[in-house]
Structure formats: C-alpha cells, structure tokens
Design a protein around this ligand. Structure first.
Ligand code: CP
Ligand code: NVA
Length: 308
C-alpha cells in the first residue's frame, strides 16, 4: 500500500518504532547491497517554498547514499497552485519521480498534493508539522540518553510545527513531553483535540519555564518567529522574553540534561550562545540524525521494507 508521511498523527506507534529501528540499522551498518539495488535509478523530488539547509541537503545526501538521486526545485519555479492546480501538478510529477518531499506554508497544500499524487508525499515542513525533524530528534534523545528510562523532554518556546511534531514523536518513543510557552503561543485547540483523541490525554503545557525545566532530561527550543511569521517578530520578542534557554533555566534541569535545537538558531534570542555552544549541547549530532532518519523514511516509503 502506498504511504505518505505528512503528519505523525497519520502513522501508528509500531510504525514509528520500526522507522527508528531502521534508521539505527542504516546509521550503523550503512545501506545493504539489496537496498542500493532497489533504490538504484529511483528519483526523489524536492519542492521547497521556504529556505532550508538541513532538510534539503540531508534528503539529497540520504538519497545519494542509498543509490538513488534527487531533483530539487524551488517553489517559484513550479508555482504550485498558482501556475497550475495542485491536482494537475500532483498527477504529472507522480509520473517522473518515485517520491516527493515538499516544504510549504499551509498544511492543507501538503494534504491536497497527497490526495492527488500516486507516489509517496513527504512533509518537509509545513505550518502545522515538521515530522522528519521530530523523528530524528527522538532518535537523538535515545542515542544520547540510553540509560534514562522515560526521558522528560521540555520544549521551551513557541507551540509551533516543531513542538507539535515533537510532542507526538515523544508519545511514540515513550518520552514525557511538556511545552512551556506564553499563553498566546501554547498549542492551538485543534492540535490539543487531536492529540487528546489519539492518546487519551492532553499534551502537557505550562506557563512557567523555570518550573517546567526542573529535572528535565532534555531542554529543546526553536526560533520564536517561524518562517512566514516575520511581521510578528517584535510582538514575539516581547512575549517570549522570559522563555529563553539560558544558564539560569539550564541550572534547573537534571545535571546530565542535554540541550537540543532544530536549527537554524537566533543566538541570543531563544537561546544564549553560551548554552548553544556549551557542553550539554547536542545540536550538531542532532542535525546529523536528520539524514539517518530520512534514509529510513525513503526506504520505508519506496520499498515498504522494515529491515535492510
Ligand atoms: N531544522 C531544519 O528543518 O532546518 P532547515 O530549515 O535548514 O531545513
Ligand atoms: N519553526 C521553524 C522551524 C525551522 C526549521 C519554522 O517553521 O520556520
């Protein structure tokens, strides 16, 4: 059956765990000859309507390492929904590439594409979700804290795409997630409803960053102003002033806590330089895992294999 990867709510816990295991196999052993043979000549399309370093390059590197190739197109070159309808685009591109990753604004655009495509569609970031990021992040947490049975993951900042996907990924990976955010920037009601319906409890949220950070195993943040929200920058700088990851906040966490950030970072805003570059920071191996998870995702979507 053809699968998409649009939002972590669309996959089951056992599928998420299979993907994590596959990522570990690919990271440790590299792609098998059988995988490379199956992916040889396969093409991954990448349509990005927003900038990217990690997501774009890690997908291209992953596909090359698996034996396939990729084709990158900037959003304005194809004019998705502008130059032609999303349905026409989806039906045509499905004949040229074997899977397509899209980075866009409205999540509904990703869903519309998936509805009409006959190939797997991957959400490479929408306003609502960043599922590839979150799965790579739980992979990083498992690797960095192998002896912590149920890590406490505290996301400090905006209840945005990255935070929402991480909250869901933590459920699958048996981690305790909490968002600490100013009240206007907590999770939106539709996300809370879907989360509650799926997992039987609401996502944990707090307005008190120092209290939330107490005994945390992982402190995570992202920019206060996401791509597309630039007009709100000043209001957000003021609203999030007490939600910075700094020495004081980190001092509340567990002594072996790690610091994560999906990057790119606005140094001195959501996180101080000192913490971002400090001994607890794992942001560089975190970014490396984007590629390892995406290898697993490509294998899973294109071949349907759970093992290599
Ligand atoms: N974290 C992340 O998605 O980075 P890019 O925007 O550079 O892809
Ligand atoms: N929340 C950020 C993540 C960037 C990787 C954004 O959407 O811009």
């Amino acid at each position: 059956m053809r699968r998409h990867f649009l939002d972590l709510f669309d996959i089951q816990k056992d599928e998420a765990l299979d993907l994590l295991d596959l990522a570990v196999q690919l990271k440790q052993a590299g792609p098998s000859a059988a995988v490379r043979e199956r992916l040889q000549g396969r093409l991954l399309g990448l349509i990005f309507e927003k900038p990217s370093l990690r997501t774009r390059v890690s997908f291209e590197a992953a596909m090359a390492s698996l034996g396939g190739s990729s084709l990158f197109l900037r959003g304005e070159e194809v004019g998705l929904g502008v130059r032609e309808s999303i349905a026409d685009f989806a039906r045509v591109i499905s004949q040229y590439v074997d899977a397509l990753a899209i980075r866009t604004h409205a999540h509904s655009k990703v869903e519309e594409l998936a509805k009409h495509a006959t190939i797997p569609i991957i959400n490479a970031l929408s306003e609502d979700a960043h599922p590839c990021q979150a799965m790579a992040d739980v992979l990083t947490i498992r690797e960095e804290l192998p002896d912590v049975k149920r890590p406490r993951v505290v996301f400090v900042g905006d209840g945005n795409n990255v935070a929402r996907s991480l909250a869901v990924a933590c459920e699958y990976a048996d981690m305790d997630f909490m968002l600490t955010a100013p009240s206007l920037y907590k999770f939106p009601a539709d996300f809370v409803n879907q989360f509650t319906k799926t997992f039987g409890h609401a996502p944990a949220q707090s307005s008190h960053p120092l209290e939330a950070a107490t005994d945390a195993d992982v402190i995570y943040t992202d920019v206060w102003t996401s791509m597309g929200q630039e007009a709100e920058t000043q209001a957000r700088l003021a609203a999030f002033a007490d939600f910075q990851i700094n020495r004081q906040l980190v001092s509340k966490a567990h002594k072996d806590a790690i610091i994560l950030h999906c990057l790119p970072a606005h140094r001195g805003e959501e996180i101080t330089e000192e913490v971002l570059d400090g001994p607890a920071s794992r942001i560089i191996p975190q970014a490396a895992n984007r590629m390892h998870f995406q290898k697993a995702l490509i294998v899973w979507l294109i071949t349907g294999w759970k093992n290599i």
